[in-house]
Design a protein around this ligand. Sequence first.
Ligand SMILES: *Cc1c(COP(=O)(O)O)cnc(C)c1O
Length: 231
Amino acid sequence: MLMSPQNLPENIRHVQERIKRAAAECGRSVDSVTLLAVCKSQPADIVRAAARAGLAEFGESYVQEALGKIEALRDLPLTWHFVGKIQTNKTRDIAENFAWVHGVDRLRIAERLSGQRPFHAPPLNICLQVNIGAEASKGGVAPAEASALAAQVASLPRLRLRGLMCIPPADLDTAALRRLFAKLAGLFASLNAGGAHLDTLSMGMSADLEAAILEGATLVRVGTALFGARS
Ligand SMILES: *Cc1c(COP(=O)(O)O)cnc(C)c1O
């Protein structure tokens, strides 16, 4: 179901209110949480309406679909984040068209992104995806290997390592979710204690952004709650 742009300002306000309440609940400033609008499957005019309603950070999961939208919205000062699964043959398009990549989980992909990042562009911001729920079917570096990968990625010239992201298993109850978010936050803190200078903890989506913020998320990736269910 594609939603009409008229609902957007209300949905955006509602999500911003949820973020504000969760931040207040744990004594954090609302400014410490970035709302990333995941607009996969939404047409460019809906994204334009969301930008008009005040959003500036947008996330896409499919490179081909994203490129047309990025091109159509070049007149707006938007920041594009790639949040999908990264295929090797798509790294050049990602490196040339996005400002952030959230799903990096192996050195080979990071090396390609660094090598393909245009010299006129600032370094590409990277979050390492961590397989925090240890799911066989899911991407992400194992928690025990995150520190070594972080050091390797941080040394690549055209990347800037900013933080960690996770996609927890579906159907967990809130307590279990919070334990996983806390685990990622703990890993984030331990990398920083080792001198990593990470500032972005990318966790929480439409259904669980409060739990993520309570555990320290600095960026929540929200699709459905803003744009309605994807068809
Ligand atoms: C689609 C997607 C989201 C948004 O999910 P919603 O449940 O619709 O808010 C967040 N993160 C990633 C990686 C996604 O692919």
